[in-house]
Design a protein around this ligand. Sequence first.
Ligand code: PMP
Length: 396
Amino acid sequence: ASIFSAVPLAPRDPILGLTEAFNADPNPAKVNLGVGVYQDATGKLPLLECVRLAEQRLAENPKPRGYLPIDGLPGYVAAVRELVFGADSPVLRRTITVQALGGTGALKIGADFLRRTAPEATVLISNPSWENHEALFTRAGFSVGTYRYYDEQAKGVDFDGMIADLAAAPAGTVVVLHACCHNPTGYDLTADQWATVLDTVRAGGLVPFLDMAYQGFSESLEADGAVVRQFAESGIAMLVATSFSKSLSLYGERIGALSLVCADADEAARVLSQDKIVVRTNYSNPPTHGAQLATTVLTDPELRALWVDELGGMRDRIKAMRHRLVAGLEAAGITDMGFIATQVGMFSYSGLTKDQMVALREQHGVYGTDKGRICVAALNDNNVDYVCRAIAAVRG
Ligand code: PMP
C-alpha cells in the first residue's frame, strides 16, 4: 500500500464549495455574495489605476529577478512601516517588519514565531471570526478558544461579554483582534471601546495580534489605522498583520507584512532574527512583484494620491450598496434590516437563518454563507434589486 493510503479526505473549504455550486448553477440571475472580494459597479474585480500605472513603470524599466532579502524588499518594508505606524513614530525603533505572503502569510509567520516563543500560550479569536483564524492557529500548534463578540439579539457587539472574556484570560494569552471591518459581522468597536480593550489587554498581560486586512475600507487609511497606533504607542508587545489584497486589489500577488512591536531595539533585533528563520525554513524569501507594485504606489506621491482616491471610491461604493440594500428591502416590505447600513467593511451579517440562506441559494441563486454572511462588495446596480426581492421572498 502507498504510504498515503490511509490519508483521509479533508472537508471542502466552505467558501470554495459555495463558489463551485455557484459556477454550476444555470440560473442566469444568480449572484455570488459568498467570496470576500471587492467587485466594481460592473461586477468585475478591479485592476486599480494606481496599480496599472505602477506596473507600467516597472515594465518600462525591467529589472533582473534576484532573491529578495529574507525579510523582504527593503523599500516595501519601509513603506509599510510608515503606513502602519507613521513616518516619525517613536515606536519604529523597537518594531520589526517582514514582508509576508498576504495577510494570511503574516498571521502564519506570527503564529509560528509565537508558538516557539510562548509554547504554553493559548490563542483567543472572536466569536465568530474569519474562518481561517481558527484553522491557522490550530495548525500552528495552538489551542484556540473564543471571546464573545457578536450579539445576535442586539445586532452589534457584545462588548461586556468581550471584556469579561478578555479579563478572564491568563497572562500571555494571544488575542486576535480585527483592527477594522470585522469579518464576518461588519461590527467594529467604537474608539472608547477600543480604549477599554487596550486597558484590559494591558492589565491582563495579554498579547494582542491585530489583524488589519481592510485598512481604508471603514473610514480612511488614517482613521482605520488609529487603533494599531494606539496599541503600539501604549508600550505593550504586540503583532500586526497587514494585507494589501483588498486595499490594492492585489489578491493574487500575495502581498502583506507582519510587524512586531517589542520592548526595545535590542529585543526587536532578536525577534527579527527568529522571524527570519521562520521565513527561511518555509519559503526562503518572498516574491518580488507584488512588493515592487505596492512600494511604487505607496512611495510615489502621485500614485499614492490616486490610490487614496480609488480606495475611497471602493469604500463609498460599498456604503452606497448598503443603503441601496436597506432601501430595496424596505420597498419589498422588510423593515427590520436597517442595521446593514450601520455595519462596515465588505461583509454583512444579515441575520438570515441557515434555512433562509439555503432557500436563497436553491430558489433564487443568491449565494452567501450558511451563517448569513453576505459580501456587500459584490452588490451592484444590476443585481441589488434582485437580491432584495430574493431576501424578501425567503423571509416570507
Ligand atoms: N484576515 C481577515 C480578517 C480576512 O478577512 C482576510 C481575507 N479574507 C485575511 C486576513 C487574509 O487576507 P489575504 O488574502 O491577504 O491573505
